[in-house]
Design a protein around this ligand. Structure first.
Ligand SMILES: *Cc1c(COP(=O)(O)O)cnc(C)c1O
Length: 388
């Protein structure tokens, strides 16, 4: 590798002066947590995705926890989901004392296979938690058809999917409207927009939105924003056990700036995805991700499945030697030691596509500031490394 060649990271947040200035304003205002900036961010976020309500929390994992509690998931209940996801998805189910029931994924979208859901439903099933993996919308039409028949709520893990769209009754709509019952987003730096850490719940159910707001602040009956503006002394009460899942005003101020950048970010990512697709489609045996005609991904990650006989680690090493970062395919929770107690419920013979995706796929660099020249380098090295 020549000295002037820069290493290409797997991802990089697009964040700068305007976010720094916004964080500075929040700090100088003197109100630094769950105040006016959080309220404004929630409003702007709800407008962007087209939801009636948006509630900001500390991260997407806490958002998922509150979503599951809100739809009534209790200890001993079962929640249908995927193993092939970041472990936070399954962990949020365990936080409720419930049991994740893992369903396999489809090979070309890396999303839950809707035809396998019905067989996983039991008397103890309480909810379905689906993932828009790497930003690709999952097949919500098919998922909701099963869920509604069994009267099960659908929670969308949209951690990666801000800015993704789905064709719904002839119209393109943003993920998070939500099309299920509640959608949960992440603002971790590995996602498409970031607040450092942060999360958001969206729903059209006012009662649920009120419930999120109680739980995110220890079940406290009076929010700080109300008590602060009150002319009379208000004493709060704590009618239920809650949590501290607050977002700070510093984070929210940054998030508002990131939202302004989002359309440009999604456009750029879609453009870079098209270039990958065009230039990699002639690599023998390489399986590229496919976008169904009813979906528009934000391409939070670009994941390719390697040709048979081409091992994952040597390809990743060859790319790293050339200064190009990659990651292996998305993990499978059921293989982790923390999940061995649940192993009975997910018989790994039923998760072949999930395991294949972890073991045989790699994630290529894709970020807003990535240049065409950098992408060409990644493509060239991948082509050499996958020649078997
Ligand atoms: C990142 C991620 C999460 C967790 O988000 P945090 O904000 O880090 O808690 C959950 N689910 C999926 C699919 C993710 O990619």
């Amino acid at each position: 590798m020549s000295e002037q060649m820069q290493n290409i990271p797997i991802a990089k947040p697009w964040i700068g002066e305007s976010e720094a200035a916004a964080a500075g304003r929040a700090i100088m205002s003197g109100w630094v947590t769950q105040g006016p900036e959080v309220a404004a961010f929630e409003q702007e976020f709800a407008t962007y995705v087209g939801a009636k309500h948006a509630c900001a929390v500390s991260n997407c994992t806490t958002a998922l926890h509150l979503a599951l509690l809100t739809v009534g998931v209790e200890p001993g209940d079962e929640v249908i989901t995927v193993s092939h996801s970041y472990i936070a998805t399954a962990n949020s189910i365990r936080y409720c004392g419930a049991i994740p029931i893992f369903v396999d994924v489809e090979p070309h979208t890396y999303n839950i296979n809707p035809t396998l859901i019905e067989a996983a439903i039991s008397d103890r099933t309480r909810a379905i938690l689906v993932v828009h993996q790497m930003g690709m919308p999952c097949d919500l039409k098919a998922i909701l058809a099963v869920a509604r028949r069994y009267n099960l709520p659908v929670i969308e893990d949209a951690a990666c999917a801000i800015g993704s769209e789905i064709l719904w009754d002839g119209q393109w709509e943003k993920i998070g409207k939500p099309h299920g019952d509640i959608a949960c987003f992440s603002f971790h730096p590995r996602k498409v927009i970031t607040t450092g850490d942060g999360g958001m719940l969206t729903t059209n159910n006012l009662e649920w939105d009120k419930q999120f707001r109680l739980w995110r602040q220890h079940g406290m009956s009076v929010p700080d924003t109300v008590r602060h503006g009150a002319k009379q002394v208000i004493v709060e009460s704590y009618p239920m056990l809650g949590y501290n899942y607050r977002m700070t005003d510093i984070q929210a101020a940054v998030g508002r700036e990131q939202l302004k950048r989002l359309p440009e970010i999604v456009e750029r990512r879609r453009y870079l995805q098209e270039r990958y697709h065009e230039q990699l489609s002639d690599v023998p045996g390489l399986k590229l991700p496919t976008e169904p005609n009813w979906a528009k991904s934000n391409w939070q990650s670009y994941c390719v499945r390697l040709p048979d006989g081409c091992d994952q680690l040597p390809v990743m090493q060859a790319m790293l030697d050339a200064g190009i970062s990659t990651r292996r395919g998305i993990m499978c929770a059921h293989r982790e030691e923390a999940y061995q107690i649940e192993a009975w419920s997910c018989g790994s013979d039923r998760l072949l596509e999930s395991e294949g995706a972890t073991d045989r796929a790699i994630i290529l660099p894709l970020f807003h500031q990535m240049t065409e020249a950098e992408q060409d380098r990644a493509i060239a090295v991948l082509k050499t490394a996958t020649q078997v």
